[in-house]
Design a protein around this ligand. Structure first.
Ligand code: AMP
Ligand code: TRP
Length: 333
């Protein structure tokens, strides 16, 4: 049996190195393995849980598709589509919102972080967002879901929703209970300015992240300004653990070089950060530079990107509409 892989990325602009190392790089590996059927979804319904400018959203949807392809996902092998075009997602989200419990959702840390101090002003959609994510996954009988570490709790909720639906309606194994695919190392890339905060699209300072569209000069400048400490690079990972910024930069290097943290430390032990930063900038320019160029090239061909979405939507629609019909039957509609 082939593995069924599903993941989603929000088209909210500024796709960055954290998205790439935490998720998209893994999508590419999964796409390249013939044992997998992969679906990669541009989750535009999730994007509007916070306010979006319609013109910019439309461009960001295309930019997310361009990023997938520029990173190495092959649209002939994997389905790439945008969530809003397959109405089963919204419909299944409603049905599953009658399964999910308030108590489960109120434990979600991402909502607490995103809603901030004034929870009363957060949209209802931001609160119920993980139910829509469960709908995305369960409609396609997904067996494996590659994500960054920040999505772990949402996937546990998805598993709970699947199991409760199967139990409540006595339909054993109707929804497949998916496994998360979270990399052991480097699944949480931190801000270049503060090693205690995750690298994020929404952080005000652009110096906090490497965007996948950054050019050579921007990469050099951001790495030069990245926060470090005054100690040289240690000889063990244990010593790194109390130095979050240093650990993050060496983690980024290791992930790009496909090395373990132990191995890359050995190459740099005793050296100071200025020497390490030169190597880090170089590998970033080598790995991210071509992706950045390709994104910009693809963005000039909107009709190509729209055609990929159209084709992907048709394939996704076929799978999702069959599943939603079965859900109707089970629920008694
Ligand atoms: P989002 O941009 O929130 O839709 O995230 C898309 C994917 O990137 C998800 O699988 C996230 O878990 C992952 N991701 C986002 N930020 C980071 C980060 N700083 N480190 C690792 N993975 C991340
Ligand atoms: N919530 C995810 C994020 O913000 C995006 C997402 C939506 C997703 N639906 C999904 C990820 C389904 C995996 C599977 O990163």
């Amino acid at each position: 049996m082939k593995k069924k892989i599903f993941s989603g990325v929000q088209p909210t602009g500024n796709l960055h190195l954290g998205n790439y190392l935490g998720a998209i790089k893994n999508f590419v590996t999964l796409n390249n393995d013939d044992e997998n059927d992969c679906i990669f979804c541009v989750v535009d319904l999730h994007a509007i849980t916070v306010s979006q400018d319609p013109t910019i959203l439309r461009e960001n949807i295309r930019e997310t598709v361009a990023t997938f392809i520029a990173s190495g996902i092959d649209p002939k092998k994997s389905i790439i589509f945008n969530q809003s075009q397959v109405s089963a997602h919204s419909e299944a989200a409603w049905i599953l919102s009658c399964i999910a419990r308030m108590g489960w959702l109120s434990r979600m840390t991402q909502f607490k972080e995103k809603a901030g101090k004034d929870k009363e002003k957060a949209s209802v959609g931001l609160y119920s967002y993980p139910i829509l994510m469960a709908a995305d996954i369960l409609l396609y009988d997904s067996t494996h879901v590659p994500v960054g570490n920040d999505q772990k709790q949402h996937l546990e909720l998805c598993r709970d929703i699947a199991q409760k639906f199967n139990n409540d309606y006595r339909v054993d194994n109707f929804f497949k209970v998916p496994e998360p695919l979270i990399q052991k190392e480097f699944s949480r890339i931190m801000s270049l300015k503060d090693g205690s905060k995750k690298m994020s699209k929404s952080e005000l300072s652009d110096l906090s992240r490497i965007n996948l569209t950054d050019e050579k000069d921007q990469i050099l400048n951001k790495i030069k300004k990245a926060k470090t400490d005054s100690l040289p690079i240690p000889s063990t990972v244990k010593e790194l653990n109390s130095r979050p910024e240093a650990r993050n930069l060496i983690g980024i290097y290791s992930s790009l070089a496909n090395l373990t943290l132990e191995n890359s430390i050995q190459d740099f032990t005793g050296k100071n950060f200025s020497e390490f930063k030169e190597k880090l900038s170089q590998i970033l320019i080598d790995k991210i530079g071509p992706i950045s160029k390709e994104i910009k090239r693809l963005l000039k061909d909107k009709s190509y990107l729209d055609k990929i979405l159209d084709d992907g939507c048709k394939k996704a629609e076929n799978i999702a509409s069959a599943k939603i019909k079965e859900i109707h039957d089970i629920v008694g509609f």
